[in-house]
Design a protein around this ligand. Sequence first.
Ligand code: ATP
Length: 582
Amino acid sequence: MLHAKTFATSRIGMPIVAGTLAIVAGLILSLALPGYYVFLGTSAIVAAISLLGLGVVTGSAGMIALCQLSFAVIGAWVVSGLNFIKAPGDGVLWIVVGGLAAGVVGILVGLPALRLRGVNLAVVTLGFAAAMHLTLTKFQFPGSTTNVRVLKPELFSTDRSFFFLAVLFLVACGIVVYALQHSRVGSGWRSVAFSERGTASAGGSVRTTKLTAFAVSAALAGVSGGLVTLQVGIASPSTFAPLQSLALYVLAIVAGSYLIEMAVFGGILWVLIPELLKKFGVPQDWGFVVFGLLGIQALTTNSNLGQDLRNLWAKRVQKRTGTLAHGSLAHALGHPSAAIAPDASTGAPLLEVSNLSVSFGQVKALTDVSFTVAENSIMGLIGPNGAGKSTMIDALTGFLPQHTGTVTLAGESVTGQTPVRIARLGIRRTFQQDRVPPSLTIEAYVRFVARRSVSLAEIEQTLAFFGCPPARTHLRQVDVGTRRLVEVAAQIVAKPRILLLDEPAAGLSHDEHLAFAQRLLQVPARFGMSILLIEHDLDLVRTVCSTMTVLNFGEVLASGDQNDVLADPAVLKAYMGETEMI
Ligand SMILES: Nc1ncnc2c1ncn2[C@@H]1O[C@H](COP(=O)(O)OP(=O)(O)OP(=O)(O)O)[C@@H](O)[C@H]1O
């Protein structure tokens, strides 16, 4: 409990301390810097806020958005317009309104971009940036053609005080981003960046997650657009050219601007590189070449400065503390809770599959498959490679909407529902491939998957039950086999009605297999759920599963009690024929 409190306090305390320090430093700098550097400093802060937004959409949510400054245009346009019509309030309020307006436009741009990924998304967003620039060049900003100057707020009317205002905005934006990144929303961004399927199977809407990232990113760009307009007094289309958006994107990648301090560092580079070029008599446009080279370096090494520094730091800490981010499941065998599991099954049918068929073109992956999983029981779904086991899990969890046949959960039909809906109705799954986002801590991942308010103590207990590392461990530091265990533990914390496990023990040692079997046996009674287990290790299946369904070439060979199934001549002949496992 004390641990939970300290953790929560540090999460709130850290940004408050950092924010206060930044404000104090901002105040000192606003008084001490020479005049020209005050102007440059404000420009760096404006860029840092935009980079912070790019960090959300690109760094956290993994989408390529090359139109950041087009969202900044919205903020600049709103501020210019409100100034032009002499709207109530002053620049501070207008910047906020501009940010909100840009957020709305971010959602509108994000909507068509939802189905796009990678290069296609890059092309669309760059196209948007070009279209926006053309429109702007034609129509200009309100009042800019008649030289109506945008007035700074009275309280921040000098360059120095305006610098301080920019610092305040940066701190506010940083705190909002920090809070979001450490909430379920932020975990969703990272999850969607790593695996959309993994996100959907945790009940997280991929659509909403991507749109929130677009909205937050655009809103931050809008704030920076408003700030720069007040800073220079008149907005110009050249400030927001598509090439600038590209360069900013590259800088976000290079610096790793999803890390708040690196967004600030990126902002400094944004003004420093052109200034240095100017100093050495090199045309400032060469700055784009420098950014391009840095970008190639970052993309080829698939890393960024911020993350490299953090990894270095984590390695040093690991060396010092000797922390091993590997589970200790085999060790946990001796734990008292590893006793023989009570039979918790009521015998009532929970998951009923009737005549389910799936075809991929000419390939019939499943043909008229029917079986029932009872409440609080464990059924094994076995069969040779290519028998259709994973296809069955995909169909049951909504990832293959083309299937025929019906699926009911506790008497309610779930046939034809989306993966997100099915997950929320209580059918959860794990994957054969690693779908656990390495950029999260175990705690953040479990909370995201759980989709309910859950205490740290409960998370730690479930993790310990499966021999996983502590909740605060970073998933990046955890090996693949243990990540699978974390995935299982997280789905169990979500309390589904039934959990479908697709080869969860792959990557574990023999001892760990045995320990895992012991743990799984306890699950129905301890957590009140059923399990459908796909596993090639027949020892594990025999230990754990009271009932079995055997698939072969997409058809059911036998289904029912373990003993009956394993004694079935069809199973012996077709599936286990030459092995002597029975
Ligand atoms: N997306 C797809 N497109 C075409 N064929 C597919 C697709 N997915 C699966 N199949 C085919 O469907 C059949 C069943 O595959 P599935 O992966 O479900 O088998 P499995 O029993 O899970 O095998 P394994 O034990 O190797 O994981 C195989 O013939 C496979 O080649």
